[in-house]
Design a protein around this ligand. Structure first.
Ligand code: SAM
Length: 304
């Protein structure tokens, strides 16, 4: 089977199998070999690596990965793509395709089984409707990871890298920067995909920190606070946290903690740094709040 990363060979495979794109699965297949070469270079894959690919589609990127890595595990939700992948990847004995929803996959166990619990590299052209829950699920669940190199919506790539005081700053910026160093590899125009997405895209590389940049007693609790602060962006932090279901914090408790940090009760979440959120989280009293630090909680926050 020839390489698929051209409009002609992608169209041929789609025709051969009578495949119809499913919008609900965010299917925009890459048709540009140059972009794939750059993604491979940015991910730094070597013959020792085990790579996890999320959403292989018809196997366009999987072919590039299989040529370079020791092993590729590709998780695809759309059953209609499985017979196509069997065909397009038939030349490779180092690829395993798993037909499953990545958000329901026990990735930690998969990495344990496939790579003896050693760190994997994640490389993918992600389905944009669930970018945030996928990335946060990977980062928060303690899956051993070396790096994540992924295509995402351009705005989401920007959101991951900004700091306080910018309009795109939010829970995703803080969470990504707590776990990893984000860098944009390149911008990718809609013409590089079939069908063309309505949004611009960017490839981002997240390199996992050895140690988080701030110390906090309970990181899950800190992220519950962060999500609650940005859920109600226009509210002050006092109102946002005191109104958040599950946290069981009083306005007085938040005001006192902010005062100890030298911050006024009128401050909004969007002006706090990661370090300040860590201090606030350690100062706030423990409620009986539910632990919501999962991909699920991030999905509720909005998928992208
Ligand atoms: N990797 C291919 C490429 O670059 O041409 C396809 C990328 S396409 C943007 C996203 C892929 O993710 C599609 O194949 C889609 O079916 C798959 N997908 C969508 N939701 C998924 C989920 N929850 N779990 C696993 N795969 C999913």
């Amino acid at each position: 089977m020839a390489f698929l990363a051209t409009p002609g060979s992608t169209a041929e495979v789609l025709r051969k199998y009578g495949f119809h794109f499913q919008k609900k699965y965010g299917q925009n297949f890459l048709i540009d070999g140059n972009i794939l070469e750059k993604i491979m270079a940015a991910s730094g894959i070597t013959g020792q690596d085990c790579v996890l690919e999320i959403g292989p589609g018809i196997g366009t990127m999987t072919q590039y990965l299989a040529e370079r890595a020791r092993e590729v595990v590709a998780v695809e939700v759309d059953r209609a793509l499985i017979p196509i992948l069997e065909d397009t990847l038939s030349a490779y004995d180092n690829v395993t395709v798993i037909c499953q929803d990545i958000l329901k996959t026990d990735i930690r166990r998969m990495v344990e089984e496939r790579n003896g619990g050693n760190p994997v590299k994640v490389v993918a052209n992600l389905p944009y409707y669930i970018t945030t829950p996928i990335l946060m699920g990977l980062l928060e669940s303690g899956v051993p990871l070396e790096s994540i190199t992924v295509m995402v919506q351009k705005e989401v790539a920007e959101r991951m890298q900004v700091g306080p005081g910018t309009k795109d700053y939010g829970a995703l910026s803080l969470a990504v920067q707590y776990y990893a160093k984000p860098e944009t590899v390149m911008q990718v125009p809609p013409a590089c995909f079939m069908p063309r997405p309505n949004v611009g895209s960017a490839v981002i590389r997240l390199t996992r920190h050895g140690q988080p940049p701030v110390r906090v007693k309970d990181e899950r609790r800190m992220f519950d606070f962060i999500r609650a602060s940005f859920n109600q962006r226009r509210k002050t932090l006092v109102n946002g946290l005191a109104n958040a279901a599950g946290l069981e914090l009083s306005k007085e408790a938040v005001t006192v903690a902010l005062g100890q940090m030298g911050l006024p009760p009128t401050v909004r979440g969007e002006s706090l740094t990661l370090e300040q959120f860590a201090v606030l989280s350690d100062l706030l009293p423990c409620g009986s709040g539910k632990d919501a630090g999962t991909a699920d909680a991030w999905q509720k926050q909005g998928g992208k």
